[in-house]
Design a protein around this ligand. Structure first.
Ligand SMILES: CC/C=C\C/C=C\C/C=C\C/C=C\C/C=C\CCCC(=O)SCCNC(=O)CCNC(=O)[C@H](O)C(C)(C)COP(=O)(O)OP(=O)(O)OC[C@H]1O[C@@H](n2cnc3c(N)ncnc32)[C@H](O)[C@@H]1OP(=O)(O)O
Ligand SMILES: Cc1cc2nc3c(=O)[nH]c(=O)nc-3n(C[C@H](O)[C@H](O)[C@H](O)COP(=O)(O)OP(=O)(O)OC[C@H]3O[C@@H](n4cnc5c(N)ncnc54)[C@H](O)[C@@H]3O)c2cc1C
Length: 664
């Protein structure tokens, strides 16, 4: 049988220790053990089946999600899972649901923006799920522009309460996940008003629904905002609309870590920067970067396995056609995505460390790294989600016609993933934040304030503005120092050029708007440098296992040279490399594809995904694609009857020409 033999033979060709690569991918032996155990637990539980998801009506789909969420919670309690194991279980259930927002945003917001007392009051309730919360920031009229939110929270000194109100239609909360049908509570972002004075946006814990009968509390209008892109996909989530009509909450339900309102109605600022009100967004953006590597690797795993099973043209002497993975065009589309999945994994790992480091500093009242953390999380969220969304679609095309079938798993993966380019900050808006940070850094060069963190390279501005790439032969592109210098010089030169163009404007804000398309490109260049440099740093660590390091080096070089090839215009126009060096990079890339080819299947096996998680007939571990595709087709409800419903009303009259006769 084609698939079985092909994948078994591919696996036997691997030139590295797959089990050790699994550890590298997971992050540690412990993480691998946990994710392996929990993913199998989910895969073997019939309640967590997802094969009918794309065929259910919205109501049935949603109820099924509630059933799974309740079952997941039951299993977490029964098995006494740790926080880490519980998070893995929710991940492998693989169905967007209110739980994501409760654990992923509501709880972190209270932890990050609540005082000690507020945490003591609310966190135990949230941890035991006695209340379910969501994150209600975006409104009908404003999402990106957080300072433009219109919901008001007016302090009433008579009663020691805030009055939460939606003064306009556009102030209706719109989009929060989990809000539409499930959440009992929300962190609501609104304008703090004291004595008619507007003190800007702050977070407030507001109860939305009765804990007895789940009905909305007085003054609250609430519902779901309707069907979203794709079948199944993100429609398991109850993204909601919410309006307040003078709803009163006690004063101590304003999240008061950043600023406090006293009983007398005085606003007291603590020593933490006001931007901490945006702290949950930094946290979630960091999580989204790790998640990008999961979504991309999942699509790549499906496309790689299928490309080894699928054969088209080129009859060989043994009468067998060519595996499509052997076509150079297939490799040049697929392998950069494989390399990107690994690259995003490692930059995600680093970003997690950076976030933890910033948090520890914040506890010690050191706020110096917050701007860099904001820029890195914003930029990398943007870069990785855009590349992943495009990458999933490319994987669909790599699977030819069968990729368009829901049973390939790719259409639903695409539909569920693409909003990541928008939520938690529109990707262009976030890149503009990075650009601001870069322009600020460039403007401070020579002022005595040394660039830090990921902008340290900008301290070598003179060298980077003048350096010439030393590549003379294709293999020179394999040297990490050569790659790094080219990426640093490109980023430096693009940032400096943007800053110089900006300086020509009398009004900096106007200049920023005018040049924003170029500024976005400079931000992309900086973020790609971060990804490349973190991959190179990873390779400097001790990497055990036969051949593992060699494979990762090849993937790192593929990622870097693919980006170089894709953005050749930047590298050439800034004079970082010559056309000859560009063509040597291309030659090296081709050679790297050949190096990865025999290891491709093993490299996707190292993700350690179960067939349940992949939910793809094309990506099955055993490669048994054709019989299963055939089998799946017959499961479609349209095939329940041989003659379809509607035959008599709509097909028969055409065939019998009754419709034409009626018109004549
Ligand atoms: C299926 C699930 C898949 C993946 C998820 C995986 C894991 C996630 C885990 C859990 C989550 C669960 C599910 C996720 C699914 C969906 C969740 C989606 C949730 C949401 O979308 S919530 C809403 C998010 N909204 C936004 O992101 C809005 C975007 N806008 C902004 O962030 C800002 O307003 C802005 C950055 C655009 C602001 O621009 P501005 O110019 O107006 O600036 P300000 O005046 O406001 O600020 C000036 C000053 O402050 C600095 N700044 C800005 N932001 C921050 C920040 N976050 N931290 C620190 N500093 C910040 C800025 O740089 C300026 O500094 P300066 O020095 O004065 O220049
Ligand atoms: C599936 C999903 C789940 C969500 N979940 C939540 C949630 O749980 N809680 C919550 O509060 N919100 C949630 N959101 C809302 C989400 O965070 C916002 O939609 C997002 O921040 C983008 O804001 P916007 O919709 O206002 O886009 P807009 O800002 O209106 O963007 C429209 C266009 O304008 C461009 N644009 C905007 N401003 C600028 C600028 N300054 N310069 C250049 N171009 C600009 C953008 O690039 C984009 O092309 C969710 C959204 C989705 C899709």
């Amino acid at each position: 049988m084609a698939g079985f033999d092909d994948l078994a033979s591919e696996r036997s060709k691997a030139q590295f220790d797959v089990e050790e690569m699994k550890v590298i991918w997971a992050g540690s032996r412990h993480t691998l053990e946990v994710s392996d155990r929990i993913s199998r637990l989910v895969a073997n539980d019939p309640v967590f089946r997802k094969d009918t998801r794309t065929m259910l009506s919205r109501k049935d789909l949603f109820k099924n999600t509630l059933r799974k969420a309740a079952h997941a919670w039951k299993r977490i309690i029964e098995l006494r899972l740790s926080e880490e194991e519980a998070a893995e279980l929710r991940f492998y259930v693989d169905e967007p649901a209110f739980m994501d927002l409760h654990w992923g945003m509501f709880i972190p917001t209270i932890k990050g923006q609540g005082t000690e007392e507020q945490q003591q009051k609310w966190l135990p309730l949230a941890y035991k799920m006695k209340i379910i919360g969501c994150y209600a920031q975006t409104e009908l009229g404003h999402g990106s522009n957080v300072q433009g939110l219109e919901t008001t929270a007016t302090f009433d000194p008579q009663t020691d309460e805030f009055i939460i109100h939606s003064p306009t239609l556009t102030s209706s909360k719109w989009w929060p996940g989990g809000l539409g049908k499930v959440s009992t509570h929300a962190v609501v972002y609104g304008r703090l008003i004291i004595d008619s004075k507007d003190y800007g946006v702050n977070g407030f814990i507001v109860q939305l629904r009765s804990l007895d009968d789940h009905l909305p509390l007085p003054g609250i209008t609430i519902g779901d905002i309707g069907m979203k892109f794709g079948s199944g996909a993100y429609n398991t989530m109850d993204n909601g609309v919410l309006r307040f009509d003078h709803v009163r909450i006690p004063r101590d339900q304003m999240l008061m870590r950043v600023s406090q309102v006293t009983r007398e109605g005085k606003l007291v600022q603590s020593n933490v920067p006001w931007q901490l009100v945006y702290g949950t967004m930094v946290y979630v953006r960091q999580k989204i970067v790790s998640d990008a590597s999961c979504a991309l690797s999942r699509a790549v795993c499906i496309a790689t396995r299928y490309s080894a099973v699928r054969r088209q043209f080129g009859l060989q002497s043994n009468g067998i056609e060519t595996q499509v993975i052997d076509y150079k065009t297939q490799q040049s589309r697929l392998f950069p995505l494989l390399a990107s999945a690994y690259a995003f994994r490692f930059v995600g790992e680093w970003l997690k460390w950076l976030y933890m480091d910033v948090n520890q500093r914040l506890q010690a009242s050191d706020f110096s790294t917050l701007p860099e953390a904001h820029a890195c999380t914003a930029g990398l969220k943007s870069l990785t989600t855009s590349a992943t969304a495009d990458g999933i679609e490319e994987c669909r095309k790599l699977c030819g016609g069968h990729g368009y079938l829901c049973s390939s798993g790719l259409p639903e993966l695409f539909a569920v993933y693409i909003p990541a380019c928008t939520y938690e900050g529109d990707n262009i808006v976030l890149l503009l934040q990075v650009a601001r940070f870069l322009i600020k850094t460039v403007s401070q060069l020579g002022s005595g304030k040394e660039p830090v963190g990921t902008t340290v390279y900008m301290g070598r501005v003179e060298q980077l503005m003048q350096c010439h790439c030393a590549v003379q032969k294709a293999e020179d592109w394999l040297k990490p120092s050569v790659i790094l210098e080219a990426f640093e010089a490109r980023s430096m030169r693009m940032s400096v050029a943007s800053a110089q163009n900006l300086a020509k404007f009398d009004n900096q804000e106007e200049g920023f708007l005018e040049l924003s398309a170029d500024l976005v490109q400079a931000a992309v260049a900086h973020c790609q440098l971060i990804v490349v440099s973190k991959f190179i740093e990873k390779l400097q660590q001790d990497i055990p296992g036969k051949g593992v390091k060699g494979q990762l080096e090849a993937l790192c070089n593929i990622y870097a040279l693919f980006i170089l090839h894709k953005h050749l215009g930047d590298f050439l126009s800034t004079g970082c490399i010559t056309p000859k060096q560009a063509s040597l990079a291309n030659a090296q890339l081709r050679s790297l594809y050949s190096q990865v080819r025999p290891n491709a299947i093993a490299l996707v096996d190292a993700f350690n995904y179960t067939d349940h998680y992949l939910s793809s007939v094309l990506g099955r571990y055993d490669g048994n694609v054709y019989p299963k595709l055939y089998e799946e087709a017959w499961k479609d409800p349209l095939n329940d009857s041989v003659v379809p419903d509607g035959y008599q009303e709509y097909i028969q009259p055409i065939l019998k020409q009754q419709l034409r006769n009626a018109r004549l």
